[in-house]
Design a protein around this ligand. Sequence first.
Ligand code: TXA
Ligand code: MG
Length: 354
Amino acid sequence: MRPVETRVLVVDPDKPDVAAIRYAARILQDGGLVAFPTETVYGLGGDATNPRAAMRIFEAKGRPPDNPLIVHIARREDLWLVARDVPQAAQDLVERFWPGPLTMVLPRTGMVPDAVTAGLDTVAVRMPDHGIALALIAEAGVPVAAPSANTSGKPSPTTADHVIQDLAGRIDLVIDGGPTPVGVESTVIDMTSTPPVILRPGGATREDISEVLGEVMVSPVALGTKMPLSEGVPRSPGMKYTHYSPDAEVRLFEGDPRRVVPRLQAEAKGLIAMGKRVGIMCTDETKGAYQGLSVLVKSAGSRRDLSTVASRVFALLREFDRDGADIILVEGVPETGLGFAIMNRLRKAASITR
Ligand code: TXA
Ligand code: MG
């Protein structure tokens, strides 16, 4: 693709500058691409009613063409512009979660082109909970298609710098509104089946969704599980797409920290003896156990505060790359609350799960 000049505008999320938002909205109306913060991660926005804008999004990210985009709206009632046959259960979720990190898959209207849904007859839609995102979408006056603003396969961007690292020269504008508070993407739930099915765990927890819906299923893909692999065993063909992967290899250690810590220590020692630069992503509770073992020990936060871990996990994966790690050994966290989304991302990032 032809390189474009990528501008960066710093905007206060609590009081978005009107002129800046107008400028960005104008780019969207002209079919251009604007990266902007949401409460989850930065999104790469284009006019969701413009097939050419949608195609540019796929091109800028290098995204496989069969992976549809999420459509973002600024008002609850705009759901009806893009979706039809909305069941009562979906309306209940809107009441409870919007604006917020919940994306619903529903039958689409004619307003949403094939280019956005990758030809599916459904659309994924959400109303983000972020001052800049809401102001931008409202000012553009159209629904905004926005996948995460990273190169396909890389960790999702939680700062404007992450977006610039991946997409400078490929998009028109980045709105820098500081780090995104939630840090993992929205939960995607398919509301076209009964009971509804969680396709991707995310910022809205399974527990909170169950409180509204009662029964909710979880798709096997949402677990992110891969069969445990021993070293040297090739990955199965079904794992052809990498996800959330830093340049360094990720090895994930799951289970009780009392058993994980000694296993991880042993693995680190072995790799360091082989001359590898080893990063260790741990938690506040276990950090002390790795001091002196490697120079690259980073805590994602306390195991008792998974919202902090969620907000840091993608940024830390990128930091290990910046610091030149060859291999990142990652301690898993409990799968309750936001831990479900965190573990899904880590399993997908990992080449080996022990
Ligand atoms: O938090 C988020 O959801 C962020 C911010 C920017 O809003 N966006 C995001 O988009 O994570 P993306 O493109 O990285 O992930 C969209 C997910 C993909 O897993 C895609 O397959 C799924 O939503 N999806 C989109 N449309 C769908 C549809 N019609 N049916 C099923 N899954 C769909
Ligand atoms: Mg993504």
